[in-house]
Design a protein. Structure first.
Length: 180
């Protein structure tokens, strides 16, 4: 089985720019994401067979939307700043991103559960695993000084997710160019 999701890749240099200064703060550090794998998830598909992945890939070719710019505007923590498990950056609400999300969901209607949670787009930068000794408020403030950042969005990707004890690995299954 393949754990799959569709996402927007984040340019590694932008992830490095956002993570770098925060990772140099004194004190215990969260587990930072690998900048080469930073992404903004559109939909998580769960475990699929090889045949399912091929069908999902065919369905995603139906998505029609042109390229657009996305602005990463705020830093935050999930599920809350009082009980952080992840440090994230969030884009400004943009109709282009919402349209892309809806187009991806529409093309995958048969693959997604009908009772999905509300979509809250974000890029995970670090995981705290609920550790109280990590000063996420300082990390968030530092990252916010580096925002906003504009990212050109010209493609989305179907990824395979593999988790190991030390980190998650994301392999590209297929890339879908916007505007084609």
């Amino acid at each position: 089985m393949i754990r799959a999701f569709a996402a927007l890749p984040i340019p590694p240099d932008i992830a490095i720019d956002l993570i770098g200064p925060a990772s140099q703060l004194p004190g215990d550090q969260p587990r930072w994401v690998d900048p080469a794998t930073a992404h903004l998830t559109l939909v998580f598909l769960g475990s699929l067979t090889d045949d399912d992945v091929a069908e999902v890939g065919r369905s995603l070719t139906e998505v029609r939307q042109g390229p657009f710019d996305m602005q990463l505007a705020t830093a935050d923590a999930f599920p809350s700043r009082k009980s952080p498990r992840v440090v994230v950056v969030e884009p400004t609400p943009a109709s282009e991103l919402r349209r892309l999300y809806e187009a991806v969901c529409s093309s995958l209607a048969g693959w997604l559960p009908p009772d999905r949670r509300a979509y809250r787009p974000h890029v995970t930068l670090a995981r705290t695993k609920g550790r109280r000794d990590i000063h996420t408020s300082n990390i968030i403030r530092t990252i916010e000084t580096l925002l906003p950042r504009t990212i050109p969005v010209s493609e989305f990707v179907l990824y395979r997710s593999r988790t190991e004890p030390d980190r998650a690995y994301y392999d590209i299954i297929k890339t879908f160019r916007l505007g084609e």
